[in-house]
Design a protein around this ligand. Structure first.
Ligand code: PEP
Ligand code: MG
Length: 887
């Protein structure tokens, strides 16, 4: 017979902490606490398999469940000496959810199950407190009425308010036994009116009602949204914990509270927490009373006047402290516990690994290694790489109220506030006048780069994680929220409409690129700290990781950031970004407008010294580290002016008529530019552009070598599909190297490699690898082309795919292992089979994503490259990939 129920209590348990998948986090830890002899109210857990059965069989239970529940109830009755369904000495139960990972407040709970018109009198007698008994019964009516019977909670609250008004009572605490008992009649009538049935008096009916409501709440909207946000699979299901009630509200020697075994904000090794006298857990959540500190030191830290638990119930406090210590020693993890004190007797209701700030998590991990509780590998595994964003970027001060306008894609982490502007020129003007600015655009293009460079944050109404705005913002470390589909920009009027609100240019907004929220007004932010604990952890990380971590950078200042964050080289220098500067863009545009090759070469000749200087600066900054330089990638139209002001300006400096500029733009227009004339295709049509770039690279290499700096450029060509394309570039690059060598008489050491970002090149890797020194996977374009999903437009429907569980991740964030990943794997196998020493890198955005990094490590990629601010995240993920492989 399948075991659907696991009992615990009285120093014993059927389950243990390792059984989280079956018993949920709460159930597994209740079992563990019980079996190590901690005071846990006895109870039992319905497994997550019950949930699976219930939801996939039309909300029905497995056959043997009823018998197993009855036998488990007998066990609880024998431990407590109480009886379920009796009017005197009645056993009352709590029915709570408990998924594998905590989903705070997302699912339902029913307390005081077993109370009815008879047992409430028994409870009054047993507790010697009539008021408490009737209050408990009305709480039960309200909770059960809401959660199980679907009578909205506010209807009960309305009745309570009108009773209080009638009697001139201000606070719930002023309600007397008789008041609650009158109210009970009103509550019962409400249930009858709303549901057509009387409130169930049969305790077993109540219990089954509670269980089905908790199981059903796995599929409620809140829980579904939470799962989507936290990548929790729907098939996990929830366990249900049924447990004997203990009461923190049975008088003034009763309390309810929560405690952390270490400080969750600072990480200090000190117990801290809060409690309420004569209250239930829900009262702490409701926030109607201010909780009191547990320790005297907590009281002093908050300058609180209230009595700490340490002073109020010193024996209970000492016992709680002992339990906290033993729990931490048992789990070797900071614990977050819930407890109740009923008539001075301490009961533990929950323990789980505590969630804390990243700063605290780092301190706790490092301290625990020093205290000998865990080893370095465990400390590394304890930190979620995504969490590191919190200490690398400014974060919002969450204690301040926020008015959220909408939520988009969290495209580049960090929080920022500034004046709202709608184009780059205005951004520069506002910044020039001393303002912080947030640039809001439908989407950005290379033309916006100057504006993007000076603003505090960027919002786009279209695009996802690999859109231009997202990639550029991450590279700059500028917070960015993309794809806020509900926002409508009117560029002419300089206004923004969002959910019925209108915001004008110059109004202040705040964005959080870590959560995707866009808020009205100025929300204060907290600056990041690169703590000693982080540095220590990163030292351990570097001892373990085997994969190289490089950065995607173009400028010396980004390169310096990358080095400070631990980058070991440049994995992608997108040279087109070096053309957006106002001095360069003019020559690029003239080159595009040239009528013949000679005209193009003349314009390129002007660009050459600028480009060479860019490389000199970059090579010097990287000081001998490897640098992969990608030759021009985007289609030419991206360099053209688009708005009338820019067109007029260019017409003035170039002498070309505005109408001719527009005509040329129309000529270059492509229906599908991402699959159009870009990357190597452009170089086949206009080799002179690529010759100039190769020359600039080699001449710059000579300059820095002369100055005593080592450099070995790795030249890379994008969008390769065929070996023959790559051979054309190899000849071109080798030819330029030869020309430079002939002038300088000096040898040049360099490599030339192909970007593998089309399914075709992955499949033809065995051919291409014969002539390439390295492959760098462009996982952004490879995802786009393998899945046929536009990286700029797919955001809206990927969300729908996620909601419908077709995809449980965004493939532009985390590599699609079985599809896109398989292509990478094939390319590696085929490439290596013909070229034993060929090197493999990944330079798409997946290089900063922990799950993707683990996959890249497993298939033998030599390095990943990501934006500078994600380098520490990638280093940590790379070390975790080694440790997880050893599992
Ligand atoms: C890629 O496609 O993964 C890549 C790195 O190139 P880009 O994002 O510049 O197209
Ligand atoms: Mg690409």
């Amino acid at each position: 017979m399948v075991q659907w129920i696991y009992s615990f209590g009285n120093g014993k348990a059927d389950g243990d902490a390792s059984m989280k998948n079956l018993l949920g986090g709460k159930g597994a830890n209740l079992a563990e606490m019980s079996s190590i002899g901690l005071p846990v109210p006895p109870g039992f857990t319905l497994t997550t398999e019950v949930c699976e059965h219930y939801l996939s069989n039309n909300n029905t239970y497995p056959n043997s469940l009823k018998v197993q529940i009855e036998s488990a109830l007998l066990n609880v009755e024998s431990i407590t000496g109480l009886k379920f369904g009796e009017s005197k000495n009645s056993l009352l139960l709590s029915v709570r959810s408990g998924a594998r990972t905590s989903m705070p407040g997302m699912m339902d709970t029913v307390l005081n199950v077993g109370l009815n018109d008879k047992s409430v009198k028994g409870l009054a007698e047993y507790s010697g407190d009539e008021r408490f008994a009737y209050d408990s019964y009305r709480r039960f009516l309200q909770m059960y009425g809401d959660v199980v019977l679907g009578v909205e909670s506010h209807m009960f609250e309305d009745l309570l308010e009108s009773h209080k008004n009638k009697k001139g009572i201000q606070l719930d605490t002023d309600m007397e036994a008789l008041d609650w008992s009158y109210l009970l009649d009103d509550y019962k009538k409400l249930v009858k009116d709303e549901t057509g049935c009387s409130f169930p008096q049969d305790p077993y009916e109540q219990l089954w009602g509670g269980i089905s409501a908790v199981l059903g709440s796995w599929m409620n909207r809140r829980a579904k949204t939470y799962r989507l946000l936290h990548n929790i699979p729907e098939e996990w299901g929830t366990a249900v914990n049924v447990q004997a009630m203990v009461f923190g509200n049975m008088g003034n020697d009763c309390v309810t509270g929560v405690a952390f075994t270490r400080n969750p904000t600072s990480g200090e090794n000190e117990c801290c927490g809060e409690y309420l006298v004569n209250a239930q857990g829900e009262d702490v959540v409701a926030g109607t009373r201010t909780p009191q500190p547990i320790t005297i030191s907590g009281k002093n830290a908050n300058s609180s006047e209230q009595l700490s638990l340490e002073e109020f119930l010193p024996d209970v406090y000492t016992k709680l402290l002992d339990i906290c210590r033993s729990l931490e020693g048992h789990y070797n993890h900071m614990q977050d516990v819930e407890f109740t004190v009923q008539k001075k007797r301490l009961w533990m209701l929950q323990t789980r690994n505590g969630i804390c700030t990243t700063k605290a998590a780092l301190k706790i991990a490092v301290d625990m290694v020093e205290e000998g509780l865990i080893d370095k590998a465990e400390a590394i595994l304890r930190i979620d790489p995504r969490q590191l964003d919190q200490v690398l970027h400014p974060t919002l001060d969450l204690s301040v109220k926020r008015e959220i306008l909408d939520v988009g894609i969290p495209a580049s982490p960090g929080a920022a506030s500034g004046r709202l502007v709608f184009n780059s020129a205005d951004a520069e003007n506002w910044v020039g006048r001393g303002n912080d600015v947030i640039l809001v655009r439908t989407e950005t293009s290379p033309e916006d780069i100057r504006g993007m460079n000076v603003v505090r944050g960027i919002v786009t109404t279209r695009g996802g994680m690999t859109s231009h705005a997202a990639v550029v913002a991450r590279g700059m470390g500028t917070p960015c929220v993309s794809g806020v589909g509900s926002m409508i920009i009117n560029y002419e009027k300089k206004i923004l409409k969002v959910h019925g609100q209108i915001l004008q240019e110059g109004e202040t907004i705040t964005i959080d690129g870590t959560s995707g929220e866009v808020m009205k007004g100025d929300v204060p932010t907290i600056q990041p700290e690169f703590s000693d604990d982080l540095l220590q952890l990163m030292k351990w990380v570097d001892e373990i990781k085997t994969m190289g971590i490089r950065a995607n950078v173009e400028t010396p200042s980004d390169a310096r950031t990358a080095i400070a964050f631990g980058a070991e080289g440049v994995g992608l220098c997108r040279t087109e970004k070096m053309f957006s500067d106002s001095e360069r863009i003019i020559h690029v545009r003239k080159m595009i407008f040239a009528e013949d090759e000679k005209g193009r070469r003349d314009a390129l000749e002007k660009l050459l010294p600028h480009h060479r200087n860019d490389f000199v600066d970059l090579f010097k900054t990287m000081n001998g580290m490897p640098i992969t330089i990608r030759l021009l990638d985007p289609p030419l139209h991206e360099f053209l002016p688009t708005n009338d002001i820019d067109i007029a300006n260019f017409a003035k400096v170039s002498g070309i008529e505005a109408c001719d500029i527009k005509a040329r733009a129309a000529q270059l227009y492509e229906l599908n530019p991402m699959l159009g004339n870009r990357g190597c295709r452009l170089g086949i049509a206009y080799p002179e552009i690529y010759e100039m770039q190769a020359r600039a690279i080699f001449e710059a290499a000579n300059v820095v070598i002369e100055a005593g700096v080592e450099v070995k450029p790795e030249v890379m060509v994008s969008l390769i599909a065929f070996k023959s394309e790559f051979e054309i570039f190899k000849k071109l690059v080798d030819g330029e190297a030869k020309k430079v060598r002939e002038v300088t008489g000096k040898e040049l050491d360099y490599k030339i490699g192909a970007m593998i970002e089309l399914p075709c090149s992955a499949l033809r890797a065995g051919e291409i690898a014969k002539v390439a020194d390295f492959f760098s996977f462009g996982s952004n374009d490879l995802t786009q082309t393998a899945l046929g999903l536009s990286r700029d437009d797919s955001n809206s429907f990927i969300q729908i795919y996620r909601e419908k569980s077709i995809l449980d991740y965004d493939p532009f964030v985390s590599i699609d292992v079985d599809g896109v990943g398989e292509l990478v794997k094939i390319a590696i196998e085929r490439g290596r089979s013909v070229h034993k020493d060929i090197k493999f890198g990944n330079c798409g955005e997946h290089g900063g994503d922990a799950d993707s990094i683990k996959f890249f490590h497993q298939i033998g990629i030599d390095y990943v490259s990501c934006s500078p601010y994600r380098v520490p995240i990638a280093r940590l993920a790379a070390a975790q990939a080694v440790l997880k492989k050893q599992d």
